[in-house]
Design a protein. Structure first.
Lengths: 168, 246
């Protein structure tokens, strides 16, 4: 490499690293705004504003969903397994909404600690499964929702069984 | 190896070598895309939660991979052009940009279509979706810069610089789902761990990804060849070639 080319290479690399540092610092400064939602633990710590539209996210707590028979009103608890947030919502829930499923709720936090939701969005994880495998997991005493934490362990067990679903 | 790379830098040699490589990549692309889409769309099992809408993954993930890979290739080609003054690299970078923009659009569009039944919304300003939209605008910027200058050399240099600086967005897209809370779930495929879905689901996905990459290489070779002929049309060897064809 000629000295001139070397110099050019360093100039370009320097330029790109400076730009990367600038972008990195900006993102770091804005990190709380980039997060799509507040976790219940942040809301319990008083980080979220009251009576302004916010987004909160977490898992729907098992056994916490109660529906009103005569209307679309539904109440459930969003948890991050540290703190809980009670949510009231009236409307149609997405197909993937169920207990143990990740959700993002959009709404206003009330002074007495519950959230009045205008919109409920379902999150899903990256663990796709055929229905038969999900059923096999359930029969083995696992909920498919627990799959994420137990992925390695369950995968190993399925491998050992020589199941058609073995992954290698 | 170095001799081969040096030869690739010469338009004449690139033209000759790519003529031999091109049919293989076209054949691989056709075969892989056919097998992958039939397998993925018709035979792979449906997801236990999402049912058949899960099958959008077989277009969405390969398109998103390619959108990012093409941008990185474009930035590397820009670096080679700026430092070593190799014109073929610039031609290839110019030819990659529209395909990259198309792939980014496909990834965003298929994601929106997928989002409606699963998330309950087609768009959300979360970090992954927003950084992907920025990637689309960066592609538009690169394409527009190439058209905005009277002299091709300044246009090429401006586009290369934008591509090299814009590459900062790529790690942001990749790690956005790990750094921040997002609506988008974490990556399906990682290099370090095996996929957490069964083999009959991820094998067609892998085939589709390889098919998309073959298509990208084949198309870039083809378009770079015609760009070489266009830019070098006054050169002796191109004239000889045209005379032979006649």
């Amino acid at each position: 490499m000629t000295p001139k080319r070397k110099q050019k290479l360093f100039v370009i690399l320097g330029l790109v690293s400076l730009a990367a540092i600038a972008v990195g610092l900006t993102l770091y400064a804005l990190r709380s705004n980039i997060n799509l939602f507040f976790s219940p633990v942040q809301i319990a710590a008083g980080e979220a504003p009251f009576e302004r539209q916010i987004r909160a996210g977490g898992m729907v707590k098992e056994g916490s969903v109660s529906r009103n028979r005569d209307s679309l009103d539904v109440e459930f608890t969003v948890t991050d397994y540290v703190d809980d947030l009670r949510v009231h919502y009236s409307g149609i829930l997405p197909d993937l909404f169920r207990e143990g499923q990740g959700v993002v709720v959009v709404g206003e936090l009330q002074r007495d600690g519950w959230l009045r939701a205008d919109q409920v969005l379902a999150r899903h994880d990256e663990n796709y499964m055929p229905p038969e495998v999900a059923q096999a997991l359930e029969e083995a005493g696992y909920s498919p929702a627990d799959y994420q934490a137990k992925a390695a362990e369950v995968g190993k067990r399925l491998d050992a069984q020589g199941d058609g679903a073995s992954q290698n | 190896m170095w001799a081969f790379i040096h030869k690739l830098g010469s338009p004449k040699w690139f033209y000759a070598i790519s003529a031999r490589l091109q049919p293989w990549f076209w054949a691989a692309a056709a075969l892989l895309l056919l097998v992958g889409s039939v397998w993925g769309l018709a035979f792979a099992p449906a997801d236990y939660q999402q049912g058949n809408s899960f099958r959008i993954i077989y277009v969405h993930v390969p398109a998103a991979f390619l959108a990012q890979s093409i941008f990185v290739s474009m930035a590397l080609a820009g670096l080679v052009f700026m430092v070593w003054k190799i014109k073929v690299a610039d031609m290839a970078a110019a030819m990659m940009a529209p395909l990259g923009a198309a792939m980014t659009f496909i990834a965003l569009f298929s994601g929106a279509v997928w989002g409606v039944p699963t998330w309950g919304t087609w768009w959300m300003w979360d970090a992954r979706l927003t950084s992907m939209l920025i990637l689309l605008f960066l592609y538009f910027g690169v394409i527009a810069l190439r058209g905005a200058f009277a002299s091709r050399d300044s246009a090429s240099r401006a586009a290369s610089v934008l591509a090299m600086v814009g590459v900062i967005n790529i790690p942001i897209i990749k790690y956005s789902v790990d750094w921040w809370y997002t609506l988008h779930q974490p990556a399906t495929f990682t290099v370090t761990s095996r996929p957490t879905m069964p083999v009959e689901m991820w094998l067609p996905l892998l085939i589709m990804v390889l098919g998309f990459y073959s298509f990208f290489i084949a198309l870039t070779l083809m378009r770079t060849r015609s760009e070489i002929l266009r830019r070098e049309s006054t050169k002796r060897w191109v004239r000889d070639l045209a005379a032979e064809e006649r």
